[in-house]
Design a protein around this ligand. Structure first.
Ligand SMILES: [Zn+2]
Length: 352
């Protein structure tokens, strides 16, 4: 794992690369942003770029050479880890003497003892590499006293030592901790980027990767957690409902039954309908994007583009807008505990 292997976030990565090349990276960092977008991988890439024995783009003295020998795929990166030397490999495996990660234990919290031990190790000069790197993964799990124990180190950084706090909930860190760190905010990934990670690193086929990515909300973690088949079913029901939008009310009410099939209990019907409403939102949002001529790379349902093009032609933009309002109201009604059957019928009658 090196910067060039992290998917997305090019501007942020090139910023980090430049700071490392100039040896000007701030020693106290927070990497924040949604779960599953590559924050921890970036932290590991930072540790590698700092300790790699044969980094791309740098002379042994740390002076950057012309970067023309870096493949163009690494666009914007001034320095990057080689990913292959023993140092890089040991950092990736969590076995490098100068790179340590602390994370929540069984209790779900990061305790003060863990932080104290990490600081004790961080005071030594690097054994093998150039910098000691301490990664605090899920830093929001730091208990209050553990955060306070970190404060002094963040404020008066140890020489040749870097602390990187990784969190999807930076607001749970004490203001005193946040104010002592530079905050790098990661955004969501594009659907195509999530699909790329699923295909490259998790063995998904192209088709499965695109379907799972469609429901991922820009997070690889979320794509891996959800049942892609369930989403594909929900989306297919959503498209079917929109297909009959121009037909008579009876046909639409008949189609509404598909929104409820869920095993019979009210709870399972509610869950089934809720998944279909979520799928409708992603499909309608995509139809709105297509109608406005937006960049198709922004589509959530990239894998369904031809079907969505056809659907948009048969529906027309006005109907898409009306349907969006109807689905939002249906979601509100479901949240207010209106019966799923009433919501499904109301929705079918109002998507017209
Ligand atoms: Zn290396």
């Amino acid at each position: 794992m090196a910067f060039r292997d992290v998917v997305g976030h090019r501007r942020l990565l090139s910023l980090l690369s430049r700071a490392i090349a100039r040896d000007s990276l701030t020693p106290s960092l927070v990497l924040s942003g949604p779960e599953g977008v590559g924050k921890r991988l970036t932290a590991i890439s930072i540790a590698q770029a700092m300790n790699c024995t044969a980094p791309w783009g740098a002379t042994p003295l740390g002076v950057t050479r012309e970067a023309d020998h870096i493949p163009s795929a690494s666009g914007g990166l001034i320095i990057d880890a080689c990913g292959k030397c023993p140092a890089c490999r040991r950092i990736a495996r969590g076995m490098h003497p100068d790179v340590q990660t602390i994370e929540p234990g069984e209790s779900g919290a990061i305790k003060i003892e863990q932080v104290r031990a990490a600081i004790d190790r961080a005071v030594f000069r690097p054994f093998e590499g150039r910098k000691r790197v301490t990664i605090v993964d899920q830093a929001d799990a730091l208990v209050g006293p553990a955060q306070n124990a970190l404060l002094k180190t963040l404020e008066e950084p140890l020489p040749a030592s870097v602390f990187i706090l990784v969190t999807s909930r930076p607001d749970t860190l004490l203001p005193t901790v946040r104010s002592r760190c530079a905050n790098l905010r990661f955004g969501r990934l594009l659907v195509a980027e999530v699909a790329e990670v699923l295909e490259r690193s998790h063995g998904y086929s192209r088709a499965d990767a695109l379907t799972a990515a469609a429901a991922s909300d820009g997070s690889v973690r979320r794509a891996l957690d959800l049942e892609a088949d369930d989403f594909a079913d929900a989306r297919s029901d959503a498209e079917d409902l929109l297909q009959v939008a121009g037909r008579d009310p009876r046909a639409r009410l008949e189609q509404a039954k598909e929104l409820l099939k869920g095993g019979g209990t009210p709870a399972s019907e509610r869950e089934h309908l809720s998944a279909r409403l979520q799928a409708l939102v992603t499909v309608l949002r995509d139809l709105g994007l297509l109608a406005s001529g937006a960049d198709t790379r922004l589509l959530a349902n990239l894998d369904r583009q031809p079907a969505l093009d056809a659907l948009l032609r048969s529906l027309g933009g006005d109907r898409v807008d009306r349907a969006f309002v109807a689905v939002t109201n249906a979601q509100d009604a479901l949240d207010r505990n209106v019966s799923p059957k009433v919501v499904a019928d109301w929705l079918a009658l109002n998507v017209h």
